[in-house]
Design a protein. Sequence first.
Length: 477
Amino acid sequence: MQSLKQQWFGNIRGDILSGLVVALALIPEAIAFSIIAGVDPMVGLYASFTMAVTIAFAGGRPGMISAATGAMALVMVPLIRDYGLEYLFAATLLTGVIQILFGLLKVAKLMKFIPNAVMIGFVNSLAILIFMAQVPHFIGISNMTYVFVGITLLLVYTLPRFIKVIPAPLIAIVSLTIVAIFSGVNLRTIGDLGTITQTLPSFIIPDVPFNLETFKIIFPFSISLAIVGLVESLLTSQIVDDMTATESNKNQEARGQGIANIVTGFFGGMAGCAMIGQSVINVKSGGRGRLSTLVAGIFLMFLILVLGDLVVKIPMPVLVGIMIMVCIGTFDWTSFKYLAKAPRTDAIVMLTTVVSVVWTHDLSKGVIAGVILSAVFFVVKISSVKITQENNRYYVNGQLFFASTDSFIDFFKYNDFNSSTIQIDFSNSRIWDDSGVGALVKVEDLLKEKGIEVEVVELDASSKKILSKLQGVSSSH
């Protein structure tokens, strides 16, 4: 109870103010992602509202923002193009169910298999993608656009030195919007991205046949959305953990994402997940608790319903400036030093993750590519087996498994032995799989043909077990 009280009311002023900033930053993102997916802007805005409000209660990471995202939007494009909006709502519901199952199965424990190099690459590629998404909104538009972007950056970096009560991004948005309206300067605004309808979302049941054929259509998209959403959400959760020096319940976050997507599907929204950019804005603006996420969602809807006519007049260069601040704050600038000092394989993994994400615009593919490459490098690294000799005892140094069996076999195959009896000592090694067992049996057979008797010694319990199980080798080995 004390923990819940702290999560909700431990930082009331900071959470409310940061939630206001996040709500303003959510609008252009939600509209832009709706356009990417090929749906009405309100589908993304409704999703951002329902996701934020629901995850405030159901999520496992206080202070993290969930809404419509670009990574999820990209997965939806073929589904919307080929089958239409109602199938998207159905896929969103199924995505939620799958994510709840993932949470119950505790898939979050797989996070420990994501290496640090992949995490650094993930963060940097996110910063690059966020910046790339801003480029069309300020490059080649007008000189005044550059001026407003520059002033916004100046304000968000200098105001915190003098004003700490109100977040600098909120001051920048309000003040520069007023300047733009009263000066009549020609700038692109949020209204230029799409039409905002001043209505609340209503409860719907997707208008699709509830049969196996529909399931076959939506399941491939739903499983992709579920995985992409969880990868982005759990990695974002870890980043916010690091930023705030706090812990989060990642299995609860996985279930919370599922619940939020089910609610979103029933209220006419597109599937969403955690947003790194808005989560960073929230933290940097002072948001720490669940209240900040709830305020972001509610104020987003308030902006649409009550202040819609004013919201559409917010200049895009101001929001671009704030997002550029997020990029600068998100990018790990020490990674340049990391590239120079880290092992070459780790540097390659980090760069591969960044290139994969930026190339595909898919965070999950970049992370998967980085993890697979890390695994390959690890296997190569530990696949070296060295054998040393003391009299008639041969010490195996290294792990015996599918990738190291060739060097193990070759040593005994091409070596000359002066004794009719030798010992193979596994005190510095372990047999991991059936390939390792097969390699040992093959060596025993090779040496037996040469009239040499082999005694295998110092096997640990695990190696004895797999030998006995796979080859019927005596436990005396």
